[in-house]
Design a protein around this ligand. Structure first.
Ligand code: TRP
Ligand code: ZN
Length: 888
């Protein structure tokens, strides 16, 4: 990849492949230093395309033999392609190559980790294993034989079903696998390692039997129960909600410690980052448990949305990712149960979207859900493709209703099972299954959500007419320019809404021209630049509750004042908007503080939060979310010029004021929620722990400011006695967050306790890297930890835990007036660029929003970016990120 400038790939240049590969027979002679791959392919010319040479992709391979129908032929290798001319219409091609898995630090293709062999082929890793048409619209049937040393690699796995296995000479053994489903190369996988597995037999609704297996290293078996339970729940959910059954006799999950992303949906053989498999109460937090549930679900759901129906090309990535994130979100909501537990999940998803996707949409990497061009496709596994893509699917469900969406999904599979298709094909199926829907009526316009980048703004203005007893809601939309898209066309925006009386009662909603009210909640569809909706039979100026449940991924500017927001916080029947009202009240105060240098919290606001904290009926999890102030990054997004230190200072001051003003209530919340019963990861118990830990953090913050030893002492005790990781880490974070002297011995003890648990040591690094800035100490600590014997840049989880946490999640420590944080960033990006460009490029994105920074931050940030950009050894991945960041 390092030769020359990597070309731009454009969506409009798509052409069908000139050749099809119908079946592949792969033989691996596995050896860490030199693995031999014998690849026999059945190839046919695509009769729909002009005859052309065959060009197979290959990267970092040693080519030793090429045979066409058993005969040697002439060939050439150019630009990472094996080129063959003058081929018959149909033939068998045999290609022999070798590669060096132990030298593969990129973790793409075939690599070693913890003494075993693993693969990662999405997006373009298969070409690092053998020469192939490594594009998702070429689907083949795979037969795979693995040979390896039996003592070192007792478990040999690949996709599909095990057909045969046996012993070989020199202590080696072999296994042969066959996957009956044609699949694109990115779904290929193999594993050869010393693993054990948890097994479970299940029977599906149709009566078919399946074997589920979770493979891990020997010591980790007792940490697989939750992953297995999540898998069983996923199978049942997809059958119940979408009538989509498991189509395989055997479904395997394998955990690996070195992995670039969360997990991978290889057909029948999902490979997971250990972080999303391994959990027991003493090593994993509630959010780890929730993450495992959703990632296990996500990869399992890909079996239909991604594998049975796959992407025509990588521009269609959101076809599978947006849809599958939507499905895993729905899964987690359905498992959560109660309406308020569902709302908590929804709030968490929206928080992620706003904290990560909105900034992406406003920065140099902004791109449509279906991008138009890329240099390195790995850079487009983004929160826009995933999370905004999921919102675009969710809006389709909102526009056609839940039953209509299920009909649309059924039609999608009826039409496209076994095919490689586009985002357009998906929306078309949902619309065609719902001919009378708003989606179908405005289909072409709706598709702009896939084509236009940027976060739309929706402005709302209400006018009450006392004489006519009417309330007119005027909605208008606009969308800021993004790179390459100066002008935007209006979107189709579903606005779920209701109206409340000033006392907080829900009003029946009757639009002008309707005979009778139609309930107290409805979905308005904004599709013009500006539209008015007139409600009749309204006696007093109502309080509008708009964009309920976050019905569209937009920024709502409704101009509501404190009085109205307080009504919504106290009474909105939509829990999402209730939370949102609190966020808005908090945000207004944060912004005021940033503008004026300080903020003094007012009684109505504090009283409203107090009422939530002490509410007899609200869930603990919901309370915790309401009492969490918007993050520093989210505050920064609201500002034209960003001074990260100032934002931090104001937010910390608000936290301290809330700690003091609600002191008695925090004690009460802590005492009533800190129960020490047996650990269960369900949403109600997790919510109680979250609120208790939030209370403890505020109590320690307040105590530290008063030099009162009582609460820090209690936190230390809780840290020592905790029966689970959530509470242990919660107590430790409370000490670290308060900069208390007891934090040091506790951190030391934590490391000693968990030195043999890599995922816990990741938490130990991350906690120190995310500590709030205090006299420059965090940066000093991070630099020191870089030389800790447990630290390594080669392990992605470890690199993220220290370096990415510091650079991307700790603004007050990272953004220093002396620019030393940026220099640190540049050094790590350059190091990672050489080891693992995917991880290097992710880290590079920490500087996306540099242009908004106030001086002196901005000037030093530019220098650091230029320092990286000026290197001649940059990978395509890192180069694309830094050059887009520097583009005017
Ligand atoms: N398809 C995977 C998912 O979202 C993503 C993924 C896993 C990936 N590993 C990767 C993407 C490596 C790019 C590179 O479920
Ligand atoms: Zn996915």
């Amino acid at each position: 990849m390092r030769e020359g400038i990597a070309p731009v790939v454009r969506r409009e240049d798509y052409t069908a492949p000139a050749w099809w590969i119908r079946s592949v027979d792969l033989c691996f002679e596995l050896d860490p230093a030199k693995t031999l791959v014998v690849n026999r392919m059945r190839i046919e010319r695509n009769a729909d395309v002009q005859p052309q040479a065959l060009r197979l992709h290959g990267e970092d391979l040693n080519l030793t033999r090429v045979l066409v129908d058993g005969q040697s032929v002439s060939f050439r290798v150019e630009n990472h392609q094996l080129v063959l001319d003058n081929l018959p219409e149909s033939f068998e091609l045999e290609v022999r190559t070798t590669c060096a898995p132990e030298k593969n630090t990129q973790l793409s293709g075939l690599y070693t980790s913890g003494g075993g062999f693993f693969t990662q082929c999405e997006a373009e890793g298969f070409r690092r294993i053998t020469y192939f048409l490594d594009r998702p619209d070429v689907m083949a049937v795979y037969t795979v034989t693995l040979r390896a040393d039996k003592a070192k690699y007792p478990v040999l796995l690949s996709n599909g079903n095990l057909v045969e296995q046996g012993e070989a000479e020199n202590g080696r053994h072999w296994a042969k696998w066959h996957d009956p489903f044609p699949k694109p190369s990115y779904l290929f996988a193999l594993v050869a390692a010393n693993l054990v597995c948890r097994e479970q037999r299940i029977r599906s609704r149709s009566g078919a039997e399946h074997l589920l297996q979770v493979f891990v290293r020997a010591g980790d078996l007792e940490k697989t129960e939750h992953a297995m339970n999540s898998l069983i729940a996923s199978v049942a959910w997809d059958e119940a909600r979408f009538k989509l059954p498991l189509d395989l006799e055997r479904f395997m999950i394998v955990a690996v410690g070195d992995f670039n992303m969360g997990a991978m949906e290889n057909k029948g053989l999902n490979i997971f980052n250990t972080k999303f498999v391994l959990a027991n109460p003493s090593t994993a937090t509630d959010s780890d448990y929730a993450g495992i549930e959703s990632v296990v679900g996500h990869e399992y759901f890909h079996n239909w949305t991604g594998n049975r129906v796959t992407c025509r090309d990588w521009f269609q990535l959101s076809l599978k990712e947006g849809l599958t994130v939507f499905r895993d979100q729905e899964f987690s909501q359905d498992l959560a149960g109660s309406p308020s537990a569902r709302a908590v999940r929804r709030i968490e998803d929206v928080r992620v979207l706003r904290q990560h996707q909105f900034p992406e949409d406003a920065g140099p990497m902004a791109h449509p859900v279906r991008p138009d061009a890329y240099v390195a496709i790995d850079n487009f596994y983004t929160t826009t493709v995933y999370e905004k893509g999921a919102e675009v699917v969710r809006m389709q469900q909102t526009l056609v209703g839940r039953a209509g969406f299920e009909r649309g999904m059924a039609l999608y599979f009826q039409r496209h099972d076994g095919q490689a298709v586009t985002c357009d094909d998906f929306v078309q199926a949902i619309a065609d299954a719902n001919p009378d829907s708003e989606l179908n009526h405005r289909l072409e316009q709706f598709k702009r959500w896939y084509a236009q980048a940027g976060t739309p703004r929706v402005q709302a203005r209400g006018q009450f007419d006392a004489e006519q007893r009417r309330y007119t809601l005027e909605l208008s939309q606009s969308c800021p320019a993004t790179p390459g898209q100066p002008q935007k066309q209006p979107f189709v925006i579903p606005v779920a809404m209701g109206l409340l009386t000033p006392e907080g009662r829900a009003l029946p909603l009757q639009l002008e021209g309707e005979d009778a009210p139609q309930g107290s909640e409805r979905v308005l569809v904004l599709h013009e630049p500006m539209q008015s909706f007139t409600f009749v039979g309204i006696d007093a100026p109502p309080v509008p509750s708009l964009l309920r449940g976050f019905s569209a991924p937009v920024v709502l500017q409704d101009g509501l004042g404190d009085a109205e927001l307080l009504v919504l916080l106290a009474h909105d029947p939509d829990p999402f908007n209730r939370w949102e009202a609190a966020q808005r009240l908090s945000l207004n105060r944060l912004l005021h503080g940033v503008q004026h240098g300080a903020v003094q919290l007012d009684a109505p606001y504090v009283d409203a939060l107090r009422a939530v904290l002490c509410h007899p009926e609200l869930d603990a999890a919901f309370k915790e979310l309401v009492l969490t102030l918007p993050g520093e990054g989210y505050v920064a997004e609201q500002l034209e010029v960003v001074d990260p230190q100032r934002i931090h200072a104001v937010r910390e001051s608000m936290r301290l004021q809330l700690a003091q003003a609600l002191h008695a209530e925090w004690i009460q919340a802590y005492e009533t929620h800190r129960d020490n019963g047996a650990y269960r990861p369900d949403p109600v118990s997790a919510g109680r722990r979250a609120l208790a830990n939030q209370a403890l953090a505020h109590l320690c913050l307040d105590a530290a400011a008063r030099h009162d030893p009582v609460w820090p002492g209690k936190a230390l005790q809780r840290f020592k006695d905790a029966g689970n990781m959530t509470d242990r880490l919660g107590a430790l974070s409370a000490l670290v967050g308060a900069h208390h002297e007891l934090a040091e011995p506790a951190l030391y003890r934590f490391h000693a306790l968990f030195k043999d648990e890599p995922l816990v040591i990741d938490k130990w690094f991350a906690l120190q890297a995310s500590a709030p800035e205090h006299e420059g100490r965090v940066f000093a600590r991070v630099k020191q930890l870089l030389t800790h014997p447990d630290f390594s840049l080669r392990n992605p989880n470890r690199a993220r835990s220290l370096v990415s946490t510091f650079c991307a999640m700790n603004p007050s420590a990272f953004h220093r007036p002396d620019g030393a944080g940026y220099a640190f960033w540049a050094e790590r990006v350059i190091e990672l660029n050489a080891i693992n460009p995917q991880i290097g490029a992710r880290l590079a994105r920490a500087m996306d929003r540099w242009r908004r920074l106030a001086e002196p931050y901005r000037a030093t940030a530019r220098e650091a970016l230029q320092r990286v950009a000026s290197r001649t050894d940059l990978s395509a991945e890192v180069r694309e990120i830094v050059s887009r960041a520097l583009e005017e």
